[in-house]
Design a binder for this molecule. Sequence first.
Ligand SMILES: [Zn+2]
Length: 210
Amino acid sequence: MAFAMLFALSLAFLFVAYCMARALIGGFGANFATIALSAVATAASSIFLWWLTPLADFAEIFWVHVPADRRARRGQCPHCGYPHESRATCCECGRATAPLPAWTLSARPVKRMAAILVPAFLLGCVAGEAWSLLDESRFAAEHNHANESVRAHYTRPRAFPATFARMWADESSELHSEPWPDFARDRRWTPKDSALRERGLGWRERASTP
Ligand SMILES: [Zn+2]
């Protein structure tokens, strides 16, 4: 249960990381360099997931350590719950009645986390690449079916989770993709009318001129 949730969370995180890395790198379509760079960026972003390593030992903490501590506080054997009456070994189960050592981060949860993260990483990269390619092929189809009047400047943002990036077509029907392509252009653009400029208006006119 905890493993499945950890896997699903890691997979979702890595999928989003891959899609965003690919859109940030820019360029339309897949090639080896783009995929490799996106995968490296995704692997780097997984550093946040390693903080969740103790969750890989969730079952031990909640089913072994927490009940053992509760029994030890009540003067019971931490293993079976039989009252130990200050004896060093339990006369019910024969094990030591000393409280369990506290849970520490050992190699076991790290190995478990690696066993969760490696397949989540591979699956996240494959799903992210497939999602990005699907989005690009949909954009190419939309561009093909677009009206002649808008075709030369056909553009739309990428699909979630990379909506900050924009795909566009130029006059020679070449397709492009770039992160935040309009921001610099918008900042440079100012309306010709000084009265509008002072009031920060004129954006609507700008949007209707190509
Ligand atoms: Zn016992």
